[in-house]
Design a binder for this molecule. Structure first.
Ligand SMILES: Nc1nc2c(ncn2[C@@H]2O[C@H](COP(=O)(O)OP(=O)(O)O)[C@@H](O)[C@H]2O)c(=O)[nH]1
Ligand SMILES: Nc1ncnc2c1ncn2[C@@H]1O[C@H](COP(=O)(O)OP(=O)(O)O)[C@@H](O)[C@H]1O
Length: 152
């Protein structure tokens, strides 16, 4: 039984777009990253301060927390427990650490979808987003191939 469809992939590969068009309800992650101009709180992420996320983690409220590019990203226990209790399926964007942690907690409940786009396409898309994201692309793509080997 799958309750969590987890999308992983490099920046600009289309994870968020695919997640949206597939129409599977979303589990929103917490993040300390500031919202981008086209993002809104409660639709794309739940934007929190770094201190808030650390406090929740210390209080045992998080299933997993990861740091990426200087910002924290986290999945709350509550969001996933609700799915399991109600036996519904929802989707989430994770990295390899997140997949490992959720798998540890809920083995056989996760379907991992690796989203791939060519480096050229990712670059073109991220150019339209920001130079900041561009800088992360090369290292993230390497991580992605390692990641797929680890989670599949
Ligand atoms: N472990 C974990 N990783 C997350 C979570 N939410 C997002 N991420 C990862 O954080 C990365 C950066 O996200 P974001 O800042 O939105 O940049 P983007 O990937 O370029 O759209 C994503 O690509 C995911 O791999 C989460 O709840 N847990
Ligand atoms: N298959 C696709 N073909 C063309 N453009 C796409 C495709 N998937 C996503 N995009 C565009 O690429 C950009 C990055 O997509 P996004 O879903 O935000 O990627 P990610 O969440 O992996 O960083 C967005 O502007 C989106 O509209």
């Amino acid at each position: 039984m799958t309750n969590i469809v987890a999308f992983i992939g490099p920046s600009g590969s289309g994870k968020s777009s695919l997640q949206t068009v597939m129409g599977i309800p979303k589990i929103l992650s917490l993040t300390s990253r500031p919202p981008r101009p086209d993002e809104s709180n409660g639709r794309d992420y739940i934007f929190k301060t770094r201190e808030d996320i650390i406090e929740r983690n210390n209080n045992g409220k998080l299933l997993e927390v990861t740091e990426y590019n200087g910002h924290l990203y986290a999945t709350t226990k509550e969001s996933v427990e609700e799915l399991i209790t109600k036996n519904i399926t929802a989707s989430i964007i994770l990295d390899e650490h997140g997949v490992k942690m959720l798998r540890k907690q809920y083995p056989n409940r996760i379907l991992v979808v690796g989203v791939y786009a060519s480096l050229k396409d990712c670059r073109t898309r991220l150019e339209q987003r920001s130079n900041y994201a561009m800088k992360r692309l090369d290292s993230y793509r390497k991580k992605f191939s390692d990641c797929l080997q680890q989670v599949t």
